[in-house]
Ligand binder design. Structure first.
Ligand SMILES: [Zn+2]
Ligand SMILES: [Zn+2]
Length: 332
């Protein structure tokens, strides 16, 4: 590796024989090829699949079983992303048993948003560099004015995934690399995504005892479900770093979007989350809808999760902004 190749995001670590460089982010034609392939397979294909599902309605009317498959697979994979990928694996906001860990990692993988280790590394880098140079998906770094903001939204919502610097997992996710069950789940990532497509197809076929039922199940419980969940999760990266309320002081431009609390399974309390990334609750108050936290409480009640500690009211009060600042819609 030549000195020219070292980016500003390079750090030096002491190990045995002395200081050696360790990159915080990696960039290579091979990595970018993988990113392009992932983008086409799991980001573009669900859009095509959703269009296909709508077209398929001409030959196969949607059944209740298709809607149930869509809802159940969306809920399972959505909860696995927010509770597993995000609150447990990225931020370690609570502890879970090994079986819960593996189930959440497998179901999260079925969402098609990347292997658990890559997702965690990218998200930890997002928190480290939020809305500053190095943030993989900030909407606020593409210029000012209407055009700049629109460009920023498109970049943060979707386009950044085509090609981006890859956070070094040795730097950003060393704890996960030591967790053998998680590493094994991550290695099989592509198989889990395929399983997440096949399962609703098989169930749809068995319920209706028809091939059209199988295709419909695969489309609605598989591709449409991936499409919907992806855009819900991406909207947190894009819209909720630009629009919404800001009750807590945090160094970036994260926002809360209360009306999206249920459909995002609690992720819409994004300003709360950036202000208190160590909290398993994103709503922070009982009356703020947070289905992800409800699941964690349920797991804890069943003895499957522990150390579920929400920030004290004193900690929250210390970061609370005055009401006039808190409701400002966007950053100037
Ligand atoms: Zn986070
Ligand atoms: Zn954020």
């Amino acid at each position: 590796m030549s000195a020219e190749e070292l980016t500003p995001a390079t750090e030096f670590t002491e190990s045995g024989g002395g200081a050696r460089p360790r990159r915080k982010v990696l960039s290579s034609p091979y990595l970018h090829r993988l990113q392009r392939r992932h983008f086409l397979l799991f980001d573009i294909l669900p859009i095509v699949g959703t269009a296909g599902a709508i077209a398929f309605l001409a030959v196969h009317a949607i059944r209740l079983s298709d809607l149930i498959l869509l809802f159940v697979f969306w809920l399972l994979t959505g909860l696995a992303i927010t509770v597993g990928y995000h609150r447990l694996f990225t931020h370690r906001t609570f502890k879970a048993t090994r079986s819960v860990t593996v189930v959440l990692a497998v179901l999260g993988s079925m969402a098609g948003q990347g292997s658990v280790i890559s997702w965690v590394a990218l998200h930890r880098r997002h928190h480290e560099c939020s809305d500053r140079e190095g943030d993989p998906h900030s909407p606020n770094l593409s210029g000012s004015g209407f055009a700049g903001r629109l460009k920023g939204l498109a970049h943060s919502h979707f386009l950044w995934m085509r090609r981006h610097e890859y956070p070094n997992i040795v730097h950003y996710a060393p704890d996960l690399l030591k967790n053998q069950p998680l590493v094994r789940v991550a290695r099989l990532y592509y198989y889990w995504v395929v399983l997440g497509l096949l399962l609703p197809g098989i169930i749809g076929g068995l319920v209706t005892m028809s091939w059209t039922g199988a295709v419909s199940g695969l489309l609605w419980g598989g591709l449409v479900r991936i499409f919907l969940l992806e855009h819900i999760v991406w909207a947190i990266n894009s819209f909720l770093h630009m629009f919404g309320t800001r009750p807590y002081d945090s160094r970036e431009n994260s926002r809360n979007g209360a009306v999206f609390a249920l459909i995002t399974l609690g992720e819409a309390w994004h300003n709360n989350h950036h202000a208190f990334p160590d909290s398993p609750s994103f709503g922070l108050e009982w009356y703020r809808l947070d289905p992800g936290f409800w699941l964690i409480r349920l797991l804890a009640a069943g003895g499957l999760a522990s150390e579920v500690d929400v920030p004290s009211s004193e900690r929250r009060a210390a970061k609370r902004l005055p009401a006039t600042t808190a409701t400002t819609a966007t950053r100037a």
